[in-house]
Design a binder for this molecule. Structure first.
Ligand SMILES: [Zn+2]
Length: 307
């Protein structure tokens, strides 16, 4: 068994039961089972309820959820929790389902806002459902022939009835790296960042590129740095809408760095002691991303490592 990760959106505890997704008879039985549950999402926001100091998923009985969202295009099987099937249903539009068919069952909250208050497994389940529905919503037509596609395999596949092409949920790899040289690490500022916030550099992996090569290219493009060694730290599913953040620590050849002025407006070197203070929220005028972001964990891991 994998050790639990402190990184939000990992840790979905469900058995994804991928071998059962195509079994329509079994799925019908699971939907009809009064013990089966569903997570509801409205415009990407999960239905939650208060639990102690925080919140938790407000699970809805599956048949009730299906009655509220009867279109198969808006349903998915997330998996099994022991013997209990866990589905997800998707709502959109301006009308809050918690003021309609799901009245009294919970409230919809922005996932990014409540992720830190949700138990880790719940945040992982919500990230799975959100990622799947974001993909479904953006995959209405066949990318081969343009015909409208239909949902299959309990929401995990979309089929083209015209050319038989099968479409699967996409995951876009993004490298996010802390550049380090000796006892200093480099963080950058994008123009859209809140004032004073510094974060790790990042970019999408391109076709024909290894993760290490993407990391080296981004460091060169955005800050003029030359990577000499790239180490894997951890990854994070990031359902905005379909990224997999690949956290890396990259040794670079020197400290001469220049922001490209398009992606980055500024770069700054931090000593290990400064990075520790930054993560603790105690460095005057400078902020690290919150623990929701893998960048926070990257900076923290490097800051707390022995030299
Ligand atoms: Zn097609």
């Amino acid at each position: 068994m994998l050790a639990p990760s402190p990184i939000p959106f990992t840790g979905n505890p469900l058995d994804r039961a991928s071998e059962r997704r195509g079994d329509r008879e079994w799925l019908a039985e699971r939907w009809a089972d009064p013990a089966s549950l569903a997570v509801a999402l409205w415009n990407g926001q999960p239905l939650v309820e208060s639990a102690g100091e925080g919140v938790q998923i407000a699970y809805v009985q599956a048949d009730l959820a299906r009655a509220a969202a009867p279109d198969e295009e808006r349903q998915a099987l997330l998996g099994m929790w022991k013997d209990t099937a866990v589905f997800a249903v998707d709502f959109d539009g301006a009308v809050d389902p918690a003021a309609g068919p799901l009245q009294g069952l919970g409230r919809f909250e922005d996932l990014r806002t409540v992720a830190g208050q949700l138990p880790g497994p719940d945040a992982g389940v919500c990230a799975t459902a959100k990622g799947l529905f974001e993909w479904a919503r953006r995959t209405r037509h066949c990318s081969v022939c343009g015909h409208a596609v239909v949902a299959a395999d309990a929401g995990w596949k979309r089929l083209c009835p015209a050319c038989d092409a099968e479409h699967f949920p996409r995951t876009d790899p993004v490298v996010i790296m802390l550049a380090a040289h000796g006892e200093q690490c480099l963080l950058g500022r994008q123009p859209r960042f809140p004032k004073g916030m510094w974060s790790a550099l990042a970019g999408f992996v391109e076709p024909g590129e290894s993760i290490e090569e993407a990391c080296a290219r981004e460091l060169k493009e955005e800050a003029g740095l030359i990577a000499t060694e790239v180490r894997y730290h951890a990854t994070q599913p990031w359902p905005y809408p379909a990224s997999l953040m690949i956290g890396l620590i990259a040794e670079v050849s020197g400290t001469e760095a220049t922001p490209d002025q398009t992606e980055l407006e500024a770069v700054r070197w931090f000593t290990r002691a400064e990075a520790r203070t930054l993560i603790a929220g105690e460095l005057p005028g400078a902020w690290a991303p919150p623990p929701l972001a893998i960048a926070h964990h990257l900076i923290k891991a490097w800051a707390e490592a022995e030299a």
